[in-house]
Design a protein around this ligand. Structure first.
Ligand SMILES: [Fe+2]
Length: 276
């Protein structure tokens, strides 16, 4: 895997290190989930052949550095017994703070429009494999609040907004971890022009960024009111010092606002974050 080191100064009581990774996309399936899932696993493993090796390397690096792992989602490519067992083993054997991605709740990849009702079909079963709440969680390390928030369907909800405001009230500097990056123009242009994507695949794109996208992508990515409110809150909140995301499978670093950097960590990358 590629190794990137990013230093951020947020006002920690004592320096510490985090390992940020994302999008491992395990593609394991066996007969317990039926023939259709086995075939899906075979097909998807041709796209994502390295999930288990990646987790192995991440685990070794974490133990070597004595640093917790922050995984921002899509550890599995689809819900299966074998994928969930493997993910659970990784979570149980390592120090992992986990934030859900869209694939955590994919029963079959791309089979359905992904919304709250679809997520709720597998949420309890997937959540049971992880130690923290995968839709919203916080962990304070050396006076810095690590906050994970699931925006993997390009949406925030009211419960997450309330929880985020509660974390801000605690007064610690915050590093936010999410699956999808928030819209910033440069990142959107990079994704759509340089990478050739058909839509922004960012949380809270403005109408101009969605112009020309299919109705399906507009319905999927156009923000609702609460998503807009949470996004503005994140941009304006001085305690939120940096944002780390995944979802794109490539690395990027940019600025969400003049003061808030936003990073994307790719699926072949271990991002070492040195926090002070
Ligand atoms: Fe994703």
């Amino acid at each position: 895997m590629n190794h990137i080191t990013t230093k951020i100064s947020v006002g920690a009581e004592k320096p510490f290190t985090l390992l940020h990774v994302s999008d491992t996309h395990l593609t394991l399936a066996d007969g317990r989930d039926g023939e259709r899932k086995v075939r899906l696993g075979e097909k998807r493993s041709r796209i994502f052949p390295d999930g288990m090796a990646a987790l192995d390397e991440i685990s070794k690096e974490s133990k070597k550095l004595g640093a917790p792992i922050i995984h921002t989602g899509d550890i599995i490519d689809f819900v299966s017994r074998k994928n969930l067992e493997y993910a659970k083993k990784f979570i149980d054997e390592n120090d992992v703070f986990f934030v859900a991605g869209n694939h955590e709740f994919s029963l079959y990849v791309g089979e359905a429009f992904e919304d709250e009702a679809y997520r709720n079909k597998s949420l309890a079963r997937v959540q049971a494999c992880f130690h923290n709440d995968i839709r919203f969680a916080s962990r304070v390390i050396n006076g810095v609040n690590i906050v994970g928030i699931d925006d993997s369907y390009y949406r925030f909800d009211k419960a997450q907004f309330d929880a985020l405001k509660n974390e801000v009230r605690r007064g610690f500097p915050i590093i936010l971890f999410m699956h999808c990056a928030l819209y910033e123009e440069k990142l959107c242009l990079y994704n759509m022009k340089d990478k050739g994507a058909e839509a922004p695949y960012l949380t809270c794109p403005p109408d101009k960024a969605l112009a020309g996208c299919s109705d399906y992508r507009v319905r999927q990515q156009k923000p609702d009111k609460i998503t807009q409110e949470v996004t503005e809150y994140i941009k304006d909140q001085p305690l939120i010092k940096a944002i780390f995301t995944g979802h794109f499978h490539w690395d990027y670093d940019g600025m969400l606002t003049e003061k808030t950097p936003q990073y994307v960590t790719g699926l072949e990358t271990i991002q070492t974050i040195e926090v002070n």
